[in-house]
Design a protein. Sequence first.
Length: 477
Amino acid sequence: MAPLPLIRQRWIGALLGLGFSCWPALAPASLAAEPLQLARVSATALPPNAQPAPSPRGHLVRVLLLEDLGLALRPAAESAGLRLRDGQGRVLGEWTGAPTLQLVQREGRVQVSLPEPLLAAEIWLEALALPSDPDPGLWLQQRRYRGVLQVRPQGSGLQVINHVPLETYLASVVGSEMPASWPLEALRAQAVAARTYALRSRRPAQPFDLKATVASQVYRGVETETPSTLAAVETTRGLVLTHDDALIDAVFHSSSGGRTESSGDLWPRQLPYLVSVPDFDHGSPVRAWRQSLDGEQLRKAFPELEGVQAIEVLSTSPTGRIRQARVVGKSGQLLLTGPALRSRLGLRSTWVRFEPLALEPAPLAMPVASPSELAAVPPLPALDPADSAASPALQPAAEGSRTSERFVGLVAVGRGFGHGIGMSQWGALALAQRGESFTAILRHYYRGTRLQPYGRLEAAAQQPEAPESRLSVAGSP
């Protein structure tokens, strides 16, 4: 691979040029075809402690995109180029075209692999605006993100944090969390829930507010923006859900399995608007499911027990979701919460019971069925919490009647996908398909809440407003 042409550059402030590095070995082949062209380097600094930010378009959120030892980054192919700043907002350089930059951590700082390596405490990157698109975005690995990317050292690697306008972020979140082909009212409900969740999650004292994964809400960047998701965000712009004039914890999940859960039955606190309600997720492909767990999978999930002989459900919530379970193994027993058990076994939810795996099991993988096919399947019998004392889990056999050779494994028989609290996305789909509005969907899953513009909520801290000026979506209990 031919090396890049050397570009001489004036470094800004205390940046340290370390001479040539092994950058040719790190750069992908695309670099040779896309030589760096230095457009301009400016020594003009912003005021002390100022930080670069995208064009002010409402509230910003900071989303953790990636934590890795190194990364590759480039502007969108159609963009005019790339601008780099340091943590004080000073411009380090601008490049035309679509150069790919390799970034790694070196001695607690961020190194950008150029012919003359650039080293700084942190790096901020933004794509140069185009007449046709003021924010064309930046490619990070295989995804493109609008806004500004901040790269900072973390541990032995790097963190990449996306500083992006809230409404821009939401257009991608809606398309990442729901199929863009779903009815607009379902997408609108998702937009309001996601906006409320994002604003409530802001943590000014922390490096970032949200993660781009299911740990917060899924955010896959520009490629999940569509006309329908943009419309869902625009037609609900600024609207949030509140309770007692405070943002609610607008959690949501894929599919409840027939009934959502009250927050206090699984989590430490019961919130008045997160109560158990009937769900309408009959068309969900994960409303009812089975998952085989052979002996080897169980050994890997519980290595400290040297194999699993039984899983006993000790207590459940009123809907049947596991609160506590006991895992019995050769070398002892382990008490786990339902979420911890789900995490260990990779289960879709905690609404689950366990059955013995047959000695010659038939394939147990659930095929992906169409909503109409799945709707015809009778629902799984409810797990009666009264039976939790006589657990539906596989019970240990009498001493001497069980050997490790005879134990094959378990089958998890369950309902739903996710924690089951708040809005069910498949339920929102069903309600939208029968003609319900996004306000009715939100009213069903978040009881007793109000829908109001976030700007009005902020102003209320300074000057309380009359209750009749709010849009009420309060639901019946």
